[in-house]
Ligand binder design. Structure first.
Ligand SMILES: Cc1cc2nc3c(=O)[nH]c(=O)nc-3n(C[C@H](O)[C@H](O)[C@H](O)COP(=O)(O)OP(=O)(O)OC[C@H]3O[C@@H](n4cnc5c(N)ncnc54)[C@H](O)[C@@H]3O)c2cc1C
Length: 505
């Protein structure tokens, strides 16, 4: 007997109500929907309702194509998710910099907003103060994504694990099951491709109840008082450490009891998310130059004393009752975490709403396995999206979901999917995972050196015409170059969106 794709009977099945809410759709999807009333296009199936899957489902539905979104939670949980909400943020609540002119992830935010992203709309609606970063209230954010998908007339949500390769009847599928893809599906994909998944370790930082922080010791301030888009210039809680305290803290970190993963020995850490103990092992000063750097801050309780190191906490929910420890991902065992973190001045009586943890993150060797439209070469009805393709981060994952959704919808509507220009953040990310991060000019790098990556300016083609007459400092040159890259990207993304919009009309 053929194996069912669902490992357990799916729960909470919500069927689309084809007649309802159609007037709420934008014009082009509404016309596509009405035109298709008698021959409604077959649905696209999206497996995984995380950052990428939720964005993909939204883009497909907004294009006028029905979509079935399969999410295994709460029937089956992952090792890191805690709720049944779609687009749950597993660790930090930050989408990182929101500066579209000078930062590559800020540019990705803006491209997504222009492409009608659900993730960015929900993020903007649930923004919290965080200096120049876009931080979000994780509860409100995930609730908003869930509600908007549930309310969309072309979206059906099925709760249940897809515990093997999707059935042959699903002729267009986006697999967006993330770094913690359930083992049954991961094994089935491995058997189909003949390749083991690549992997790295990722870690989670603890969250503290604000009312357990001693504000007679700590103070509110953003580094250099930067206000940023939704901030006040005083958005972070700062805990000061003097030299003795810092040294005692580093010693305790090094001695603390840690989780070991012997069966995965040799698996690397993602460099942007190193556990603090691993940083401390690299040298006594490393933390002081990383998450504990004391720069741009003045302690109002002792303005003349420069702290030797500072721990920062960022608001985690709209109520302001929870704060997360910035950059404090850890693999210390739970008992050791509470003990070691309570050595930090101001956190002596800290109560933890969540402790840190570490998980193995699996991803595909995408440059070998996927084509330029994110389709599996071995079975092109399957597209992949999100972190499982080898991008890193909430925004990067959602951006790949956005592209996969648009490609699948275009294909379903009989159009040839047009990839975004390589000069855009979208194109740069797509190039990284399907082109294999070739090192320009050397011919080296390529698929074998494939590593997960955040979006960054190194992934963009070189830009010309940024030099200004007269002498420029190093900093002015770097800034002018970034501004040229981002203004070229935004012009090119507008042109791409215009072409895809025209094709839909
Ligand atoms: C421990 C850890 C810490 C991290 N910290 C950060 C951070 O601080 N900042 C950051 O930007 N990124 C962080 N990441 C990366 C983060 O996971 C991604 O940025 C983002 O969540 C990836 O989005 P996604 O949609 O690809 O996967 P996810 O958001 O994980 O979504 C995948 C979804 O698929 C579902 N699923 C899995 N298997 C199946 C199946 N067989 N059938 C049906 N549903 C299935 C899961 O339940 C989940 O809802 C972290 C990852 C881990 C593991």
């Amino acid at each position: 007997m053929a194996k069912s794709y669902h490992s357990a009977a799916p729960r909470q099945i919500r069927h689309a109500r084809p007649q309802a809410n159609v007037s709420a759709l934008p014009v082009a999807p509404r016309l596509a929907y009405i035109a298709g009333m008698n021959s409604s296009p077959k649905p696209v199936h999206v497996v995984g309702g995380g950052l990428a899957g939720s964005e993909a489902a939204w883009q497909i539905a907004e294009a006028g194509v029905p979509v079935v979104l399969h999410e295994m939670r709460p029937v089956r949980q992952t090792a890191a998710h805690k709720t049944d909400r779609l687009a749950e943020l597993v660790c930090s609540n930050s989408f990182r910099s929101d500066d579209a002119a000078l930062n590559a992830v800020g540019l990705a935010h803006e491209e997504m907003r222009r492409a009608g992203s659900l993730i960015m709309a929900a993020g903007d609606a649930h923004q919290l103060p965080a200096g120049s970063a876009l931080a979000v209230d994780r509860e409100g954010f995930a609730a908003s994504v869930t509600m908007r998908l549930e309310a969309h007339p072309l979206v059906t949500i099925e709760r249940g694990e897809v515990g093997g390769l999707p059935p042959a009847a699903w002729d267009s599928v986006i697999v967006a099951t993330g770094p913690l893809t359930s083992p049954a599906l991961a094994e089935a994909v491995g058997a189909l491709t003949g390749e083991d998944a690549l992997a790295f370790f990722d870690a989670i930082a603890p969250i503290v109840h604000f009312d357990s922080i001693d504000m007679d010791v700590c103070w509110f301030q953003s580094r250099y008082d930067k206000a940023g888009p939704g901030g006040t210039g005083a958005d972070y809680v700062n805990c000061p450490l003097d030299e003795d305290c810092y040294n005692a803290f580093v010693d305790a970190l090094l001695a603390g009891d840690k989780t070991e993963f012997r069966e995965w020995e040799g698996t690397p850490y993602f460099d942007g998310c190193l556990p603090i103990e691993v940083m401390a092992e690299r040298g006594r000063e490393t933390l002081r130059h990383g998450p504990m750097k004391p720069v741009g801050l003045t302690n109002p309780h002792a303005p003349d004393v420069k702290p030797h190191a500072v721990v920062q906490l960022r608001q985690d929910n709209a109520l302001g009752t929870l704060f997360n420890m910035v950059g404090f991902q850890t693999k210390l065992k739970y008992g050791a975490q509470a003990e070691v973190f309570r050595m930090i001045p101001g956190l002596e009586t800290a109560e933890f709403a969540r402790l840190g943890g570490i998980h193995r993150n699996a991803y595909l060797n995408s440059p070998v396995l996927l084509d330029g439209q994110l389709r599996l070469k071995a079975d092109p009805r399957l597209r992949f999206a999100g972190q499982v393709t080898g991008v890193e981060g909430y925004i990067e994952s959602a951006a790949i979901g956005l592209m996969a959704g648009r490609f699948a919808a275009a294909e379903r509507l009989g159009r040839v999917p047009v990839p975004p220009p390589p000069t855009t953040a979208f194109g740069a990310l797509l190039g990284h995972i399907t082109g294999g991060h070739l090192v320009v000019g050397t011919g080296s790098g390529g698929p074998r050196s494939f590593q997960p990556m955040n979006v960054n300016f190194g992934l963009f083609p070189p830009v010309e015409g940024w030099r200004k007459p007269g002498r420029m400092t190093k900093r002015q040159r770097a800034e002018a170059k970034k501004r040229s890259i981002t203004s070229r990207a935004l012009a090119d993304i507008d042109a791409w969106l215009g072409v895809t919009r025209a094709a839909a009309e």
